[in-house]
Design a protein around this ligand. Structure first.
Ligand code: BV8
Length: 252
């Protein structure tokens, strides 16, 4: 770590130690060191010719349900095989030491924050390990109870062919009721906002850094590369989640 980054880390540690309220926003880079490819990394193998933005949409699913279902099935396997990294653990430790101080908002659809022990994680883009029905249908008890599905790629309703889809928020879909309002309030009220591992390309999540900045919070971004929201940061730490977060949060 160079001298400039070391100075920035020590200043951030001081601020996190003194803060009344902290908001952390994480993106796919948070899980990269756990072996889960980031959203915009070139898709591996079969998927390299496909656009994740297209696959992660209702239109993409309706156009080729089996292709999209298989893409999620492969990603789900990757999430199940992955383990939380030192960055996830560091955030969970900080939360344990300061009950009620941290609001952790994630764009990620994996469960690594939760498996590291973080509680009350605010998921803006849903949960890749959950299923739900594509449509409301009269043959099924609810949108989220897919127990009545017959197996398949994707599974479907035996009575009307309604398809099962992953419980994530696709491009063009609204975020979960109230999630963004809660996240905006946390960004508005915090003294320190830490943004980890996001390109800042996806809205409205990307707007949270600006909400915090304009409300007077100290905004720090941790990312090995530049992001589209760096202009909202007081400091940009060029490093990785597992490499830098433990040093930022240890003993704070
Ligand atoms: C909505 C679930 C109302 C699916 C995902 C305003 C302006 C422009 C466009 C819009 C706008 N408002 C709405 C839109 C449309 C759209 C959007 O944002 N489009 C953009 C992309 C052009 N937004 C929506 O549709 C949202 N809905 O707003 O509803 C509405 C509807 C229609 C029209 C208007 C309004 C819903 C968005 C949710 C999409 N679903 N996920 C799935 O996962 O399959 S988003 C998906 O991208 C993932 O969740 C991912 O987390 C997320 C964001 O990407 P990042 O997390 O930033 O990941 P990325 O790969 O981009 O970057 C990784 C970063 O990590 C990099 O910077 C890298 O340097 C860094 N990194 C790498 N390694 C490490 C690291 N950092 C730290 N440590 C490391 N080791």
């Amino acid at each position: 770590m160079d001298a400039r980054t070391a100075r920035d880390v020590s200043d951030l540690r001081e601020r996190l130690g003194a803060a009344r309220k902290v908001c952390v926003l994480t993106g796919a880079g948070m899980s990269a060191e756990s072996g889960i490819p980031t959203f915009r990394d070139a898709q591996s193998g079969l998927w390299s010719k496909l656009d994740p933005m297209q696959l992660a949409s209702e239109a993409g699913f309706r156009a080729d349900p089996r292709l999209v279902w298989d893409w999620y099935a492969e990603r789900r396997e990757g999430v199940r095989r992955a383990q939380p990294n030192a960055g996830h653990e560091a955030l969970a430790g900080y939360e344990r030491r300061h009950p009620g101080r941290l609001t952790l908002v994630t764009q990620n659809v994996d469960d690594l924050h939760q498996r590291a022990g973080s509680r009350g994680v605010l998921r803006l883009h849903g949960d890749i390990l959950l299923d739900r029905w594509l449509e409301h249908c009269p043959h099924q008890p609810s949108l989220t109870d897919t127990a009545g599905a017959i197996p398949g790629r994707p599974p479907k309703c035996p009575s009307c062919g309604n398809l099962v889809r992953p419980g994530v928020v696709w491009f063009g879909e609204m975020l979960p009721e109230g999630a963004m309002e809660t996240a905006e309030r946390a960004a508005f009220e915090c003294d320190v906002m830490l943004v980890v591992g996001t390109s800042g390309a996806v809205w409205p999540a990307a707007g949270l850094a600006q909400v915090a900045r304009e409300a007077g919070a100290h905004v720090a971004i941790l990312n090995p590369q530049a992001s589209a929201i760096d202009d909202q940061a007081h400091v940009c730490l060029r490093g990785t989640a597992a490499g830098v977060l433990p040093g930022v949060l240890k003993g704070v």
